[in-house]
Ligand binder design. Structure first.
Ligand SMILES: [Zn+2]
Length: 185
């Protein structure tokens, strides 16, 4: 059974934070583990607010008054983290978590930017999405049949999961480039 199916069954096809039945999808609570036990089913609004916290929409999290009492550890952990991020200390004070669940809840989300390894260019300058870089040596582009010439400018790069590599367009083709052969402009 897929994780989503399992979660739909567990939740009765409802957002496990706010009970909405719209646009449900899986949200991993531990980025490294996509099992149902480590994930929750959320609606689009909750998912967006988890990813992009918005102070103007805090009232949506009133739903946590109920969902924080779930017996599912993954839901408890997510509720705890959200309450912490919105500084709802009164609710945190009454939310009781078993020791191992508390430890999980306090483990940093490895997806967050601060934790990920920086992508560095030849001068150890940090590269960010949207930067422009120069290629510092001729690079044969495997599969594309051309050489990315030394001195070529690559605009508007994007980062990849691998800190040693970035993506960018050369000759109109989107390719992966090794960051140490690039220089930030
Ligand atoms: Zn929701």
């Amino acid at each position: 059974m897929s994780v989503k199916k399992e979660l739909l069954k567990r939740s009765g096809s409802k957002c496990e934070l706010c009970n909405s039945e719209n646009d449900l999808s899986v949200k991993e609570v531990s980025p490294s583990d996509a099992s149902a036990e480590q994930s929750i089913l959320v609606c689009k609004i909750c998912k967006n607010l988890i990813q992009n916290p918005d102070d103007k929409k805090l009232e949506h999290w009133h739903c946590l008054n109920d969902s924080m009492w779930s017996t599912q550890p993954a839901i408890q952990v997510m509720a705890y983290r959200i309450l912490k991020s919105i500084k709802a200390q009164d609710l945190l004070d009454i939310l009781y978590l078993e020791d191992d669940i508390k430890t999980w809840a306090d483990t940093k989300d490895t997806n967050s930017d601060e934790d990920s390894e920086p992508t560095l260019d030849v001068n150890n300058t940090k590269l960010q999405a949207g930067d422009s870089v120069t290629i510092i040596k001729d690079l044969e582009v495997k599969g594309a049949g051309f050489t990315a010439k030394r001195g070529s400018v690559v605009k508007n790069i994007s980062l990849t999961n691998n800190p040693m590599q970035i993506e960018g367009r050369v000759n109109g083709v989107k390719i992966v480039l090794v960051s140490k052969f690039l220089k930030k402009m």
